[in-house]
Write a new protein. Structure first.
Length: 441
């Protein structure tokens, strides 16, 4: 078999770091780096440092940074397909895995690797065909990943017996194989659900994102360009979000990449996480229909936002657990819309909502972030090119998110991260801790 340059380079970067990490913990493990409050314990552990993730970091003011690079920097610096303005997702995967910007040759190598590894066993398609017609696309996607687990090289190696120091090697094979197969699986679900079960064979001459667009049935070049942007900017969001943390948590039990990633996708399918993108589209459509299908004015949008909140509902696509400014991923999509679809009606509505909603939310004391997140715009871009099946949007998100969470899972095995097992207390125990803290004060 031809030497896998990416695999060799990963071993050169990751394995020495594993040894350095052990020395660091031995020397500094006794140091106290955080003191946490009862409120933080009860509010989902927000802000509590409890894990190490190499691939990306979310800054409240600057947004997501991948290995230190911002979204605008990545759009400029990552290799692109010939004639395109948007980065290839293969490049951000390489960056997250290795920690340095890839060359065009590096990206081509990743793309070729995924093309060679992309064959999906027939039993996966048979399983999907056996499901009820009303099965949600994300449920199908997660089940397909689970069905692919029969192909796990890590699980087979562990069963035979393997040194802990070698865990990363079969995990690398699982990660690369799974990422390679996901577009084929996702496209199959889309064509089965919405295109009369008429499927399109892959074209391995195309890059990963363009081939995905092709299998979905969208061969317009601008849609392929959108897929490159979409799959790049949705790739990761540091380690504490639900899909990343779920993948890490299940992986910490030495579950293989398929079992771990399926867990992450079950988290991504939640309305407070990846499913929010379809909720945004529903809300925008309801907004437009409320005013008889016409593009609403700013005054009408203000009225509808107030109505939404008075009904005890949230404005989907606005707010973020960490960010305290407009999500740079929203900005990237807004710039894409301005450049390639300046007259699109739905994108104009998104822009008006962006101008109206933050000032309203900013006047509500309990809301810390009135700004839009990544979900606030993505659906409008997809609708422009004819993909109106918004129940499928989270599957697109899942294909992209695989790049980050699986790169992190591979790092977990290379660095020998242990089983994740935080302690918990009862309510009575928490009261006792509070009483003790008061006495100390």
């Amino acid at each position: 078999m031809k030497t896998d340059k990416l695999k060799v380079k990963f071993s050169e970067v990751a394995l020495p770091m594993a040894a350095q990490m052990k020395d660091f913990v031995k020397e500094n493990g006794h140091l106290v780096i955080g003191q946490y409050t009862i409120d933080q314990v009860y509010s989902g552990m927000k802000g509590m440092i409890g894990m190490v993730t190499e691939t990306s970091k979310l800054d409240a003011e600057e947004g997501i940074r991948f290995r230190g690079y911002s979204i605008p920097e990545l759009r400029e610096k990552l290799p692109k397909a010939s004639g395109d303005t948007e980065p290839l997702p293969e490049g951000i995967f390489y960056l997250m895995l290795i920690g340095e910007l890839p060359t065009e040759e590096d990206v081509l190598n990743v793309s070729n690797q995924w093309a060679r590894r992309s064959n999906v066993p027939k039993h996966v398609f048979d399983m999907l065909d056996s499901l009820p017609a009303n099965t949600h696309p994300m449920t199908q996607f997660s089940m397909a990943v689970m069905a692919l687990q029969t192909e796990s090289i890590f699980a087979a190696a562990y069963r035979k017996g393997i040194s802990k120091k070698e865990y990363w090697d079969p995990m690398y094979e699982d990660v690369m194989n799974l990422i390679a197969r996901l577009p084929r699986v996702a496209a199959y679900i889309y064509r089965k659900n919405y295109k009369n079960n008429v499927h399109i064979e892959p074209d391995h001459k195309l890059d990963w994102a363009a081939n995905f667009a092709h299998m979905l049935g969208y061969d317009e070049y601008d849609f392929k360009r959108l897929m490159r942007l979409y799959l790049t900017i949705h790739a990761d969001h540091e380690g504490g979000n639900v899909s990343a943390h779920s993948t890490h948590l299940v992986g910490s039990a030495l579950s293989d990449a398929y079992l771990s990633f399926a867990a992450g996708m079950n988290g991504l399918a939640g309305p407070l996480h990846g499913l929010a993108n379809q909720e945004v589209v529903r809300w925008l459509i309801d907004l437009r229909n409320y005013y008889d299908g016409a593009a609403p004015s700013k005054e009408q949008i203000h009225e509808y936002v107030v109505k939404t909140m008075e009904e005890g509902k949230v404005v989907p696509g606005y707010g973020h657990a960490v960010l305290r400014k407009t999500d740079p991923r929203f900005t990237a999509q807004m710039e894409f819309a301005s450049k390639y679809m300046p007259d699109d009606d739905m994108c104009k509505i998104v822009q008006r909502v962006y101008e109206v909603v933050p000032p309203i939310l900013d006047n509500i004391k309990k809301i810390k972030n009135p700004w839009p997140n990544v979900d606030a715009h993505s659906g409008a871009l997809l609708i422009h090119y004819g993909m109106e099946e918004y129940d499928f949007y989270t599957v697109l998100f899942g294909v992209s998110r695989s790049l980050g969470v699986l790169a992190s899972l591979l790092w977990d095995r290379a660095l020998g991260h242990p089983l994740e097992r935080p302690s918990s207390v009862t309510t009575q125990g928490m009261h006792a801790l509070a009483a003790k803290a008061k006495q100390s004060a």
